[in-house]
Design a protein around this ligand. Structure first.
Ligand SMILES: Nc1nc2c(ncn2[C@@H]2O[C@H](COP(=O)(O)OP(=O)(O)OP(=O)(O)O)[C@@H](O)[C@H]2O)c(=O)[nH]1
Ligand SMILES: [Mg+2]
Length: 393
């Protein structure tokens, strides 16, 4: 607690000096997405104040209702130094969408994104701002790979995954020549952000990639090198889900204009349904010797539960249901999908009786059922009814 007070004193002393001068509108807004970063946020504040001395800036911490109370701490900080603000989102998760909302909450002409875990070198913010001021760039990207140095503290697996993902997206025409298009540390002009904001997918961690691919005209990008640091406090939020979100983002950028990425994910998860159903049925009926009807019923519910759980983790990871909400969500999912199954069979039967081939009739039924399931569970299970109290992990 004493450390907290000391840290606050450092930034508030700087704020006091700033307050002696007439207030200037912020030229730079630094957006900091946070989830459980209480142990890092004051140190980051101290470092930002030191690095941005003489610059009119504000810091918007966008916190997704961290259980560790990050938002409370930022509000406490804001009482001492009004250049810091907290935007707290309840029942929502997502790094990219948090940054977008932070950018929309400021009028500053230059917008930066920096992680809270001190891995990004805040001293690069001034050269980044200068590159924007010079007019030679719309976006400045802080690159971990430009000067060829290795990222410290990464296991070989992580290093390979990062390289592979960078290579993969590096093949896209807009990103060709960039050494680190997956960086989470960048700065851009407000006009560049506003031009692309309505086309953003805002899925997962890779907002920079999203912006570069959504801009109506290719952006002029300047890369500056820095040395990526190891996370000191708190835990990484990077997990398999982030990898899935990365692929979903790419999918959305490729076909999102026609098919929503969420639907593609929902349909892919649905494809596994049949496999799970058959596996459970085979196990119960052939393996354990349960009669066909109860085995088929159990397989139906088993597959439905699997489907619900996977969609809850992947397709709706930003609105994930937990605890009692998981149970009510599961019940509504089963109900909706049962109606979907009836619609599927009904449509397919009508078409079949009207001389459509069995395959086409079946595909039409599956499509109608899938669209129904997607649309109605999106609203009833994970939509506005569930969203307000969706628990975060
Ligand atoms: N608002 C918000 N912030 C998030 C979310 N997930 C991660 N963050 C923040 O985004 C930043 C980057 O997350 P990290 O977990 O450090 O991810 P990373 O830097 O790619 O991975 P590491 O190198 O393992 O640390 C940190 O400041 C996190 O607190 C989220 O769902 N919502
Ligand atoms: Mg990190």
């Amino acid at each position: 607690m004493r450390a907290v007070q000391d840290e606050l004193r450092v930034t508030s002393a700087a704020a006091g000096r700033a307050a002696e001068r007439p207030p200037r509108p912020a030229e730079l807004a630094v957006i900091v997405p946070t989830f459980n970063e209480r142990a890092n946020v004051l140190e980051l504040a101290r470092r930002l104040v030191a690095a941005l001395d003489g610059i009119a800036f504000e810091v918007i911490v966008v916190d997704d209702d961290s259980p560790d109370g990050t938002a409370d701490l930022v509000r406490e900080l804001a009482l001492h130094d009004p250049r810091f603000r907290c935007l707290q989102r309840i029942g929502r998760r997502g790094l990219a969408s948090a940054c977008v909302e932070g950018m929309l909450a400021t009028a500053a002409p230059c917008l930066a994104v920096i992680d809270a875990d001190l891995q990004h070198d805040e001293r690069l913010l001034v050269p980044m701002l200068e590159a924007l001021r010079s007019g030679r760039a719309d976006l400045v990207l802080a690159s971990r790979y430009l000067d060829g140095t290795a990222v410290p503290g990464w296991a070989e697996q992580r290093r390979l995954a990062s390289r592979l993902a960078t290579r993969l997206v590096g093949a896209l025409p807009r990103l060709r020549g960039l050494t680190d298009p997956l960086s989470g540390f960048f700065m851009l002009r407000r006009e560049a952000f506003e031009a692309s904001v309505r086309g953003l997918s805002a899925i997962g961690f890779k907002l920079l990639l999203d912006i570069l691919l959504s801009a109506p005209e290719p952006l002029r990008v300047v890369e500056l090198p820095y040395r990526f640091r190891e996370r000191r406090e708190g835990r990484s939020k990077l997990d398999a889900r982030v990898a899935v979100e990365f692929l979903t983002l790419l999918l959305d950028k490729l076909v999102g204009a026609w098919i929503p990425a969420r639907f593609s994910m929902f349909a892919a998860v649905g494809g596994l349904w049949v496999l799970v159903h058959l596996a459970v049925l085979a196990l119960l009926h052939r393996g354990v010797g349960v009669d066909f009807l109860p085995a088929q019923t159990l397989a139906t519910f088993g597959a439905m539960t699997f489907n619900f759980a996977l969609n809850n983790e992947l397709t709706y990871s930003d609105r994930r249901l937990r605890g009692a909400r998981w149970l009510t969500g599961w019940a509504s999912f089963c109900l909706v999908c049962s109606v979907g199954a009836l619609a599927n069979v009904g449509i397919a039967t009508v078409l079949f009786l009207r001389d459509t081939s069995w395959l086409l009739a079946a595909i039409a039924g599956i499509l109608v059922g899938a669209v129904w399931n997607y649309a109605v569970t999106g609203f009833l299970t994970w939509g506005s009814r569930g969203r307000g109290r969706a628990a975060t992990r």
